[in-house]
Design a protein around this ligand. Structure first.
Ligand SMILES: Cc1cc2nc3c(=O)[nH]c(=O)nc-3n(C[C@H](O)[C@H](O)[C@H](O)COP(=O)(O)OP(=O)(O)OC[C@H]3O[C@@H](n4cnc5c(N)ncnc54)[C@H](O)[C@@H]3O)c2cc1C
Ligand SMILES: *[C@@H]1O[C@H](CO)[C@@H](O)[C@H](O)[C@H]1NC(C)=O
Ligand SMILES: *[C@@H]1O[C@H](CO)[C@@H](O)[C@H](O)[C@H]1NC(C)=O
Ligand SMILES: *[C@@H]1O[C@H](CO)[C@@H](O)[C@H](O)[C@H]1NC(C)=O
Ligand SMILES: *[C@@H]1O[C@H](CO)[C@@H](O)[C@H](O)[C@H]1NC(C)=O
Ligand SMILES: *[C@@H]1O[C@H](CO)[C@@H](O)[C@H](O)[C@H]1NC(C)=O
Ligand SMILES: *[C@@H]1O[C@H](CO)[C@@H](O)[C@H](O)[C@H]1NC(C)=O
Ligand SMILES: *[C@@H]1O[C@H](CO)[C@@H](O)[C@H](O)[C@H]1NC(C)=O
Ligand SMILES: *[C@@H]1O[C@H](CO)[C@@H](O)[C@H](O)[C@H]1NC(C)=O
Ligand SMILES: *[C@@H]1O[C@H](CO)[C@@H](O)[C@H](O)[C@H]1NC(C)=O
Length: 514
């Protein structure tokens, strides 16, 4: 399986041979392009692989997978000098070797969903983007119940491909089908199966990556520390992941999806309060999350209300779900009419695709102590007063098997002791600075307002819901995203990339010894 050092060495020696030829070129970007072409000659690609900013297709390629347009028009960000649309692993190796040689940084993009645009813009670095969208194969081994998944595959493609092979296999990962494997798995990955099977990262058993020297390493050749870091620590700090090998998860042939809506008049506050204790302790086959938002009250003109949607996935039939709900959460008044039975793969394809022309901002919190009913009323008031802020509050229950996995097992540390994670998410279509600034600053006010109700010392955050407001100082955001795992991540970084070649505005810095 391993394609170890030898290929990397071939790349390096090619580079040395090409070196004298390119030194006569003036600009780093031209030198890069020449170097890259010299390297990939053996793979004889007929398709266009390099898009420099003066070419017409550049803009379309840059926008191809991104979900947040607000970073593209900002004067504060720089865009890539060149985009490399790799179609072969050797292109990724060449991109690393040549960018390093010619003074360019690298940003890797798989699904392009980064919350702060860090996979395609920077705050000043001159860089190339290595776009992995074409490296998206999913190869299932039904006998072993494993799959090799290339980083550029989307979650939807993973779900579809594995379900096509066998209706009773699924995988624990997020609910949005357009999210990319490369960012998502390497940042943890939580979804409707997490309470039963852990995060995506918990189910990774091997990986292939390109390191800072352009070598391809697998689990064995990279070693356990390195392998640990790229399963929740954010691979962007450590290299370019080409593919992950995952262990598939059993799902029954029929699952049940349901949505139960409650407004304030229908006791939403009491139900959400109760849910905080129930959701994290439910049968592991039932994932019950709450999506809450303020809206105009249909039944009382001029008044506002909160709508709480109790959204569930049950790994089993409707009849059993009714029993589970009746025993654990009778107050919700769940009935057979709320059930939608389907295959697991249909259930994950149900999610709406996000608009590609919108801007968004998100933040996250972990809740350890249930918020009281009175406190919820205060939170709702804060949300209802902000008529022009399109916020949704997504609360995903934790617990289940997540409680049984040690905090240090992977860099994702948000395990035992946490009830649920809140994602504050808002999305808008306006592109003017004023609207953007207003939304961003209201989001910060909401975050301040929530301080008393959420985790403290540190106030934890989830790496996949990356938040630049947490700052540029690793000593501040490090413990928030990773708790005690931050030191080990910094130590691994110092071993595998001591000169900090792979970096972004919130990447792990190299620190000598933990
Ligand atoms: C609509 C939407 C829904 C979401 N739902 C969920 C959810 O249910 N659960 C959840 O946990 N998260 C969810 N997320 C968050 C998502 O997991 C992260 O945004 C994730 O980082 C996206 O990965 P990507 O490959 O699409 O993004 P990218 O923008 O391509 O990458 C994200 C980061 O990872 C780095 N990276 C990407 N590929 C590689 C690679 N191959 N090697 C090294 N570094 C790499 C990038 O450089 C960047 O820093 C959601 C996001 C969106 C926009
Ligand atoms: C490139 O370098 C050559 C010689 O050093 C010089 O004559 C030429 O003007 C340079 N071109 C650019 C675009 O800088
Ligand atoms: C774009 O820039 C590259 C690198 O500087 C150069 O080689 C190429 O000729 C340019 N292409 C066009 C169309 O100007
Ligand atoms: C990738 O490149 C290698 C040589 O570097 C070549 O042997 C292989 O056939 C290429 N694969 C594809 C899919 O182009
Ligand atoms: C490269 O590939 C093209 C078709 O994609 C083929 O016509 C050509 O002969 C190949 N060249 C080499 C050197 O293999
Ligand atoms: C650009 O940076 C300035 C100073 O840091 C900041 O005030 C402004 O909000 C930023 N603009 C955008 C669009 O991010
Ligand atoms: C190439 O680099 C030069 C100098 O760094 C820069 O002025 C030019 O805009 C770059 N060209 C492209 C296409 O990015
Ligand atoms: C499908 O997967 C299940 C495990 O989820 C396994 O028991 C079963 O044998 C598989 N069926 C086939 C046809 O591979
Ligand atoms: C609207 O809200 C006010 C204040 O909360 C309340 O007194 C009033 O009864 C509400 N109106 C309706 C029609 O429910
Ligand atoms: C996004 O906006 C651009 C420019 O405003 C437009 O050309 C494009 O069609 C839009 N795309 C979508 C998917 O709405």
């Amino acid at each position: 399986m391993a394609l170890p050092a030898s290929l990397g060495l071939a790349v390096l020696s090619l580079l040395l041979a090409a070196n004298s030829a390119i030194s006569s070129l003036n600009t780093t970007n031209e030198s890069f392009m020449q170097c890259f072409r010299d390297h990939i000659r053996p793979s004889n690609s007929s398709s266009q692989l390099l898009y420099s900013s003066n070419t017409t297709a550049y803009d379309a390629v840059l926008r191809s997978s991104i979900r947040n347009i607000r970073f593209l028009d900002s004067s504060n960000t720089t865009k890539p000098v060149i985009i490399v649309t790799a179609t072969n692993e050797s292109h990724v190796q060449a991109a690393v070797v040549c960018s390093r040689k010619h003074g360019l940084r690298v940003r890797v993009r798989s699904g392009g969903h980064d919350y702060e645009g860090m996979s395609y813009v920077s705050e000043g670095d001159r860089f190339i983007v290595v776009d992995l969208a074409a490296l998206r194969s999913v190869t299932v081994d039904t006998e072993q119940s494993t799959a090799w998944v290339q980083a550029g595959a989307t979650l939807g493609e993973v779900y579809y491909t594995i379900a096509e092979k066998n209706r009773t296999v699924g995988f624990s990962a997020g609910t949005c089908p357009t999210v990319g494997v490369g960012g998502h798995f390497s940042g943890g990955g939580i979804g409707t199966l997490s309470r039963k099977y852990g995060t995506s990262a918990d189910n990774i058993v091997d990986a292939r990556l390109v390191d800072v020297n352009g070598r391809i390493l697998d689990r064995q050749s990279m070693g356990e520390d390195y392998f640990w870091a790229i399963r929740g620590g954010g691979a962007a700090s450590f290299g370019i992941v080409l593919s992950y090998k995952i262990e598939l998860n059993y799902v029954p042939p029929i699952v049940t999806v349901s949505n139960v809506m409650k407004t304030l008049k229908q006791d939403a506050t009491k139900l959400v309060t109760k849910w905080q204790q129930i959701g994290p302790n439910l049968d592991e086959n039932l994932n019950l999350r709450v999506i809450a938002q303020a809206m105009d009250d249909d039944e009382a003109e001029g008044n506002r209300t909160i709508q709480a949607m109790f959204n569930s996935l049950y790994l089993g039939r409707c009849e059993e779900l009714q029993t589970v709900m009746g025993n654990s959460f009778p107050e919700l008044g769940f009935e057979a009419a709320d059930c939608n039975e389907m295959s697991w793969s249909e259930s994950v394809q149900l999610e709406r695709k996000p608009e590609s022309n919108s801007s968004f901002k998100a933040k996250s919190d972990f809740v350890k102590e249930p918020v009281t009913e009175t406190e919820w009323e205060e939170i709702w008031r804060f949300l209802m007063e902000a008529k022009d802020e399109p916020l949704i509050l997504i609360m995903d229950p934790l617990g289940g098997v997540l409680n049984e996995i040690a905090e240090s097992a992977t860099p994702f540390p948000h395990r035992k002791g946490n009830l649920y994670i809140i994602q504050y998410f808002m999305k808008w279509l306006e592109t003017d600075m004023e609207t953007t600034e207003r939304h961003l600053s209201w989001m910060r006010e909401l975050y301040d307002f929530m301080t008393p109700y959420v985790s403290k010392n540190p106030r934890a955050a989830y790496l996949n819901y990356k938040d630049i407001d947490l700052g540029r100082s690793a000593t501040v955001w490090g413990p928030k995203y990773f708790k005690n795992n931050f030191n080990r991540l910094a130590f691994v970084k110092s071993m595998v990339d001591p000169d900090n070649f792979f970096r972004n505005e919130q990447s792990i810095p190299p620190i000598k010894s933990p």
